[in-house]
Design a protein around this ligand. Structure first.
Ligand SMILES: [Zn+2]
Length: 341
């Protein structure tokens, strides 16, 4: 049996690490810019798609700047609802069954209140879930570059919407010089109010950043962790505690966290027995689909079909879902993976 991109597209998949503001359709951006009187760097969809692709930036900071462009057209409830809706429809097209999508509601203030900035995407998600059957969890991100008090406010609003679709709290943004420990109170509040926690760490900064995410902030999963291999003891802890790693191959290449996809540590982590999951990070910014990421893992890192099936199951098993729900979903997915040859 040969593994093809089309076969990978057909496999049931889940995604845990993707930014809503990194996944807009260029055509939608143009319409929203017109509605909100925003000037975009390009005004036809193809040129805009090319402009948004972050394959030419020098570092994570420059990579993150590209997000200013999308956030500028996400300043109304209508825009947020539509973007969330279209995102779910787009992932459904490549057989993603479960997705956790994240963003920082503070980036949509003061145009919107924090409450409006959370309710609008939740509405879009509900509408799309009903149409497509895709299950969706929303993750609220604090940003490292914002004051810790903002993160605490975001954790509070996240907790308020715990029963309405928000599943977790995350910390994102420029990593170096902005330690996660400064935001520990926000994580504690989120965890104390029944939310799950994940944290971007070990992408643009080293082991100490991962240590803070796990030991100070209580993260249950780690976003990226490309530098985890630098400390065998920490790698062993992550393996032993079965901390899922939210890996984003192409994004790490674009932000220069890795220099070559063929040398991405996802392979090493998988071989070491870690819980590796594959994710896009930003479909527009990184110019990829989840299928592309699975294809890259196969082509560049030699993941076999059996290994990719394991990654798929890992991803579902790492979902921030109630255990009984998750068990049902995993059983269903395992059955389907066995049927698709
Ligand atoms: Zn990310």
């Amino acid at each position: 049996m040969t593994l093809t991109r089309e076969l990978l597209r057909r496999l049931p998949k889940a995604e845990l690490h993707v930014h809503l503001d990194g996944c807009l359709r260029p055509e939608t951006m143009i319409e929203l810019a017109r509605e909100q009187n925003v000037r975009l760097p390009a005004d036809d969809a193809a040129a805009l798609r090319r402009y948004m692709l972050v394959d030419n930036v020098r570092n994570l900071e420059e990579y993150l700047e590209r997000y200013f462009v999308t956030v500028a057209v996400m300043q109304t409830s209508r825009a947020l609802e539509r973007i969330a809706y279209e995102f779910v429809v787009d992932v459904a097209a490549e057989n993603v069954r479960y997705v956790e999508v994240r963003y920082c509601p503070a980036l949509h203030t003061p145009a919107l209140s924090l409450t409006q900035a959370v309710e609008a995407p939740l509405e879009g998600i509900r509408r799309a879930s009903k149409e497509t059957g895709v299950r969706v969890g929303l993750i609220i991100c604090g940003l490292r570059t914002f004051a810790p008090s903002v993160s605490q406010e975001l954790a509070r609003v996240a907790a308020d919407y715990r029963d309405a679709g928000v599943v977790a709290f995350d910390l994102a943004g420029a990593e170096q010089g902005h330690p996660a420990k400064d935001h520990a109170k926000a994580f504690a509040y989120a965890a104390g109010h029944g939310l799950h926690c994940t944290c971007h760490a070990g992408e643009a900064d080293g082991i100490d950043s991962i240590r803070q995410a796990l030991h100070v902030c209580g993260a249950q999963r780690i976003g990226h962790a490309t530098r985890l291999f630098e400390d065998p003891a920490m790698l062993e802890e992550v393996r032993e505690r079965r901390i899922p790693l939210e890996m984003c191959l192409t994004s790490n290449l674009h932000s220069h966290a890795v220099t070559d996809l063929a040398k991405h540590p996802a392979r090493r982590y998988f071989d070491a027995g870690c819980v590796v999951t594959l994710n896009t990070d930003g479909r527009l910014m990184d110019g990829v689909t989840l299928t592309d990421e699975y294809w890259a893992a196969h082509e560049k890192l030699g993941f076999t079909r059996a290994e990719l099936d394991r990654v798929i199951v890992n991803t579902f098993e790492s979902a921030f879902l109630p255990d009984d729900d998750k068990a049902r979903l995993v059983a269903q997915v395992k059955h389907e993976l066995g049927e698709i040859r």
